[in-house]
Write a protein that binds this ligand. Structure first.
Ligand code: SF4
Length: 423
């Protein structure tokens, strides 16, 4: 079993039950690397979750400070809200303040798996005084520190190498590179003339993952940042490199997830998922959105949820949420809530289409038919919001809502249907 899949039994039984997957099938997929359980033994408050084939679609919420906004309490509140509204994982992307201290607090506060992107810290810490002063040892020391702090999965942009960067230079793009980790590595490689240490010393990375029990999330440093760049040559060449690295991770018995785009038009989403699943031999696919248009700023939680629902329907396993502040600012707590809810709905919509989770919807419809408002609120993905909206414009007929008032369709026809059915 991949070591990066973390400590498995005794939680395994609970996971197979909650995922409604037969234990033998679950174990087969886990051993094949098609399911990954990011679970660092040092993350004591963790309730492990399974990501991959045959399981419920999972969602991740990114939180973390920037250099402009450093408010640790707010970031911890974001973790709380993200988990409350259904995030299955959180990623701490902090780059401002004492990032190690923030990370430790996030791990302690989180009951769901925590992910990080160590290159941010390695390239920007006081020790390296900027990306160009970093050396390979700094990077691996940082990865080890994240592992010691209990991080369950780490994004590592191993596919950004000389070959893929050469491809990037050859193929014209509208938005170049939009991955922060990818950009840092490209700048470092350009300045030093050296190969990406995450690619060159991949075996060392695998050793660390195995020793500490964290999973790798192979980042897509060359993901498209605009619809015009979607599914271009550099993106696909990087994916081919990631596919080879997946094989090596599996041989080393390290759990590995593959990250995907980015900005993808609706008509290319199916191809993106199928190519990843083929090239990476069924490795769990973690898509960032994807955003199906470039013009949704302010509403990109919706743009991302549309893409996420379709990607998950076609087989993506893990959706990274997008908040309304995407492309505009660091998200607030409210943005996090809206992002998680949008992504949660997208994941659930895909689950329904994949034949799971129908009971929840049936229960909601039954409560709706009974005009049982308390039950409806309880079943909503965001009960508080549902209650607030109904209260904002109440009806003179208290058992219905003000959309139709006393012309409530369900109420009118319910009696007729009941009478005809009892005859
Ligand atoms: S009033 Fe209209 S919208 Fe409201 S519950 Fe009845 S049928 Fe539905």
């Amino acid at each position: 079993m991949p070591k990066g899949s973390g400590r498995i039994p005794p939680e395994i039984k609970g996971l197979t039950e909650s995922e409604d997957v037969r234990p033998d099938r679950f174990m087969r997929l886990l051993r094949a690397g098609r399911i990954v359980i990011p679970a660092n033994p040092r993350h004591k408050s963790l309730r492990p979750c399974a990501i991959g084939e045959g399981t419920r679609v999972k969602i991740n919420a990114n939180i973390g400070t920037s250099r402009d906004y450093i408010d640790v309490k707010e970031e911890l509140q974001k973790v709380k809200v993200a988990v409350q509204y259904g995030a299955d994982a959180v990623m701490d992307l902090s780059t401002g303040g004492n990032v190690r201290d923030i990370r430790k607090k996030v791990v302690r506060a989180s009951t769901v798996p925590v992910g990080t992107v160590p290159i941010y810290e390695a390239a920007c810490s006081a020790a390296t005084q900027g990306p160009m002063r970093m050396d390979s040892d700094d990077l691996f020391r940082t990865i080890e520190a994240h592992a010691k702090d209990g991080v369950d999965f780490m994004t590592v942009h191993c596919g950004v190498n000389r070959q893929t960067v050469a491809s990037l230079k050859k193929h014209k793009r509208v938005t170049g590179v939009v991955s922060r980790g990818g950009a840092l590595l490209i700048a470092w490689m350009h300045e030093t003339g050296l190969e990406n240490p995450l690619y060159e010393d991949y075996d060392h990375l695998l050793d660390l993952a195995k020793d500490y029990g964290f999973a790798l999330s192979l980042g897509d440093g060359l993901r498209p940042g605009s619809i015009a760049d979607a599914t271009d040559v550099p993106q696909l060449q990087e994916l081919v490199v990631l596919g080879r690295l997946v094989e090596r991770a599996r041989k080393a018995r390290v759990g590995v997830i593959v990250e995907g785009p980015g900005h993808v038009p609706l008509n290319q989403i199916e191809a993106n998922v199928r190519i990843e699943k083929a090239v990476c031999r069924g490795a769990p696919f973690y898509v960032l959105g994807p955003l199906v248009s470039d013009i949704g700023a302010g509403y990109d939680h919706i743009t991302g949820a549309i893409g996420g629902a379709l990607a998950a329907y076609f087989g993506a396993d893990f959706l990274c949420y997008v908040t309304p502040s995407e492309h505009l600012s660091l998200p607030t707590v409210e943005d996090v809530r809206q992002g998680v809810v949008a992504s949660r709905i997208a994941a659930h919509a895909a689950d329904i289409a994949r034949g799971r989770g129908l009971a929840w919807d049936l229960e909601m419809s039954t409560a709706r038919k009974r005009l049982d408002w308390d039950r409806m609120y309880a079943l909503c993905v965001d009960p508080q919001r549902a209650e607030e909206v109904r209260r904002k414009r109440g009806s003179r007929s208290p058992d219905v809502c003000s959309m139709c008032g006393d012309l409530c369709a369900m109420k009118m026809v319910d009696k007729i249907l009941r009478d005809s059915q009892s005859r």
